[in-house]
Ligand binder design. Structure first.
Ligand code: IPE
Ligand code: IPE
Ligand code: MG
Length: 253
């Protein structure tokens, strides 16, 4: 049975972030090597990307490889990079069909040259797509992102382009990798762990968190709909009272 998504646009996240965790455990459970788990993870990502584009989510940002993941066994890192290269070109058709623009956040310069080339090529080929932006967090660390942001702002100060009083939230936001995107409204982590693993720490300040026990390769469109229905039920108060929120909703057009 496939669930029809509720189309209450007001409560649909405009930016959905996902920590795609559990590939290794999925493979182990099935008696496969870890890389098979990652390969099946790509299939899950295709299904979820298509579903998100169809229901009208504007930004989808997925954690594909963290800075800390460079510390995994060499063979696994190599398998992941090879998978990235082979998947990028293969997925181009689906991205074009769904009118999805591919983007990336993270320290892309650390990726092997071939990966970087393929990535930039697919980003360029999809640059005019309008329906949704799919951002891959690759070699990503939120703390590194913040340090880089501080360096950029420091440089502007040194060059007298700005003064201390110009430093505000908007300036910080504009110097993060996620420049130009709204903050995520909902963060889904699969795989059962309840932590954020250095992901979008500034950006998730007021994000709703959803943890799924499902391992990423088995996370389906149906599971996504259940998470979105859960999100729809939540009252986002942003520090205000429930009564204030109810009043604001009443006055909405
Ligand atoms: C997430 O799955 C994918 C990456 C980190 C690249 P894992 O590989 O972390 O899978 P588990 O957590 O070991 O099951
Ligand atoms: C987070 O998963 C990174 C990705 C999903 C790419 P990890 O499996 O690396 O996170 P930890 O180490 O369990 O926190
Ligand atoms: Mg993991």
């Amino acid at each position: 049975m496939s669930r029809k998504p509720k189309t209450n646009k007001k409560h649909l996240p405009s930016h959905l972030a996902i920590i795609m965790d559990g590939n290794g455990r999925w493979a182990k459970k099935k008696g496969y090597v870890r890389s098979i788990g990652h390969k099946n993870g790509v299939d899950a990502l295709r299904e979820i990307t298509t579903a998100c584009a169809e229901i009208g989510i504007k930004f989808l940002t997925v954690y594909a490889f963290s800075t800390e993941n460079w510390n995994r066994p060499k063979s696994e890192v190599k398998a992941l990079m090879t998978l990235l290269v082979s998947s990028l070109k293969k997925e181009l058709k689906t991205l074009m069909k769904n009118d999805v623009r591919l983007s990336a956040i993270g320290d892309i310069s650390l990726l092997p040259a071939k990966c970087r080339r393929e990535l930039l090529e697919v980003m360029d080929m999809t640059k005019d797509n309008q329906r949704m932006v799919l951002s891959l967090a690759l070699s990503y660390s939120s703390r590194v992102e913040m340090v880089q942001c501080m360096k950029k702002i420091g440089q502007k100060l040194l060059e007298n382009q700005i003064s201390i009083s110009d430093i505000d939230e908007a300036l910080v936001r504009n110097n993060l990798f996620t420049f130009g995107m709204p903050d995520p409204d909902l963060l889904i982590r699969t795989g059962g762990e309840q932590r954020v693993s250095n992901y979008l720490l500034w950006q998730i300040a007021y994000c709703e968190l959803y943890f799924s026990e499902k391992l990423w390769p088995e996370f389906t469109r149906e599971d996504l709909m259940i998470a979105l229905e859960d999100f729809e039920q939540r009252e986002r108060r942003f520090g205000k009272t429930s009564e204030q929120i109810a009043q604001e909703e009443e006055t909405l057009p």
